[in-house]
Design a protein around this ligand. Structure first.
Ligand code: ADP
Ligand code: ADP
Length: 229
């Protein structure tokens, strides 16, 4: 479940300047499709339309055949997990940030998610443990640690659909590789839409869509795109 279909999607923030000029592609249930392309190509706009921060102006986006415009924001957000480029954490405990939106999750569930995201050691090493605060008045987490909190939150939420919007692009190379490994595990068997700016970071995607000037310039597997130059 969680198959996504973009059909002839058109969108402009400013009517005089179309951003997406008729985009069609599918993310089959459980598969990973990556959208790459130069900055400003409209990649993030695609994920914002799926998440309904904005609505398409022409065409449609469906999940398992249902138009996202017919789905409440609340239920849409329960089926889609998002790991953005820069995770903004609440100025509260790490546990609160992992649990965010999942009020019924037990402490053991939160701890298990932290363990899976490989931040359990890090949390235990903190003087106040799970109660440690993050944010301006409290602990400063590194970019990689914040992404691990976002990954733990996603593991706890266990959504059928995952959006990874440049989730590793703000990190240094070593941290990027570690976070990528964690994301590969989270995206396994989930319908995953990856937004990336470099082809080299999406080698394992089932399909790669190259977006340029609001249209699909190329599509294929990593190997196919490399062969074509
Ligand atoms: P990408 O993710 O490929 O870098 P985006 O989808 O973020 O591209 O943005 C596509 C274009 O839309 C860019 O030219 C950007 O400046 C513009 N844009 C993005 N968000 C807004 C907005 N909220 N209002 C107006 N223009 C926007
Ligand atoms: P859910 O509660 O189902 O996780 P939301 O749409 O409320 O869905 O949140 C989606 C994601 O957006 C969260 O997992 C979190 O990463 C981020 N988010 C939402 N609101 C905020 C906020 N006010 N501050 C920081 N992050 C937020």
């Amino acid at each position: 479940r969680g198959a996504i279909a973009f059909k002839n999607v058109q969108f402009a923030y400013d009517p005089a300047r179309p951003i997406l000029k008729g985009i069609s592609f599918e993310v089959p249930a459980g598969k990973t499709v990556a959208v790459v392309g130069p900055s400003g190509a409209g990649k993030s706009t695609l994920s914002r339309l799926l998440y309904r921060f904005y609505d398409v102006q022409e065409g449609s986006i469906t999940i398992d055949g249902q138009d996202v415009r017919d789905v409440t924001q609340k239920s849409l957000r329960s089926v889609i997990g998002m790991v953005p480029q820069d995770t903004v954490l609440f100025n509260d405990t790490i546990a609160y940030n992992i649990r965010y939106g999942r009020v019924t999750a037990s402490d053991a569930d939160v701890e298990a998610a932290a363990e899976a995201a490989q931040i359990a050691d890090f949390i235990r090493d903190l003087p106040e443990g799970f109660r440690a605060m993050v944010g301006e008045r409290g602990l400063k987490l590194s970019g990689g640690e914040k992404q691990r909190v976002a990954i733990a939150r996603t593991i706890l939420k266990a959504p059928p659909i995952l959006i990874l919007d440049e989730a590793t692009s703000a990190l240094d190379t070593k941290t990027e590789q570690e976070i990528q490994a964690a994301l590969d595990i989270v995206s396994r068997n989930r319908t995953t839409l990856v937004i990336a700016h470099r082809l080299s970071t999406v080698i394992n995607a089932d399909e790669i869509i190259v977006l340029k000037d609001g249209v699909i310039a190329e599509r294929g597997t990593h190997g196919e795109l490399i062969d074509r130059g």
